[in-house]
Design a protein around this ligand. Structure first.
Ligand SMILES: *[C@@H]1O[C@H](CO)[C@@H](O)[C@H](O)[C@H]1NC(C)=O
Ligand SMILES: *[C@@H]1O[C@H](CO)[C@@H](O)[C@H](O)[C@H]1NC(C)=O
Length: 227
């Protein structure tokens, strides 16, 4: 009787220890086993299908060029304007048209261009389908959600809290736009285009023409004004 009672106690203890170590393993696994977003390639070209803050549709040619500290969004609004946004890492942006109107705004932001690892450290939310692709999903400080294809690790979609979303239609790694194309037109450099100081990226959110790079740069820097 005594022996059997003792053996029962010991086996329950074993069970308890086993359960505890299993629990510990699970905890450790869920803390270290979450997938991390793949850093962006240092240079790539993407065509993005955007639905901006006001629900207007745009096709954007995105030329991301980290080694040269520059980012280019060529934005075609549906049945509307074509705008060119050249963003430099020194915080200066040129927003211009190349039509007869010769519009240009020179903007100064408090953020540079996006770092390739801008989504590092984001909160993993699990897997969801987006645009028909099974994606890992992350959220960064409740400002931006990022969907990456589970298999190819390519970005599929991202959306900001303000509702501006981008669907990635093409993703050409290593593609670089030739230097002359980055040059803002001469009418950007006359006195009329005095530099507008923008101390927060808030205006980007309310702006109809979402400047993806700066918006993301702000989000990456956890700029709470995005709310
Ligand atoms: C764009 O977004 C609006 C909501 O802001 C939505 O009603 C509309 O269906 C979207 N359009 C497309 C093509 O996704
Ligand atoms: C930032 O770099 C661009 C491109 O070289 C240049 O045109 C612009 O004047 C620079 N801005 C500042 C503030 O130096």
């Amino acid at each position: 009787m005594l022996i059997s009672g003792k053996s029962i106690t010991i086996s329950s203890l074993h069970l308890l220890v086993a359960a505890f170590s299993l629990w510990l393993t699970c905890i450790t696994a869920s803390e270290s086993g979450d997938p991390e977003p793949t850093p962006w390639p240092e240079q790539f070209h993407s065509i993005l299908f955007n639905n901006n803050t006001k629900g207007n549709l745009q096709i954007t040619d995105l030329w991301y060029d980290w080694p040269n500290g520059r980012n280019f969004n060529i934005i075609q609004s549906q049945l509307g304007k074509k705008e060119y946004h050249v963003e430099w890492d020194n915080h200066t942006s040129f927003h211009f048209t190349l039509d007869a109107n010769k519009e240009c705004r020179v903007l100064h932001f408090n953020v540079g261009i996006l770092r390739p690892n801008w989504f590092e450290g984001a909160k993993y939310l699990g897997q969801r389908y987006m645009d028909g692709f099974l994606c890992n999903v992350w959220n960064r400080v409740d400002h931006v959600w990022y969907y990456e294809d589970v298999v190819t690790k390519r970005p599929v979609f991202w959306i900001f809290i303000n509702g501006a979303g981008s669907h990635v239609m093409t993703f050409e790694v290593g593609k670089v736009l030739d230097d002359p194309n980055w040059q803002a037109p001469v009418y950007c450099f006359n006195d009329a285009n005095n530099k507008e100081e923008i101390s927060s990226p808030l205006s980007l959110v309310t702006d109809n023409d979402v400047s993806i790079g700066r918006l993301m740069g702000a989000a990456a820097m956890d700029v709470s004004l995005l709310l």
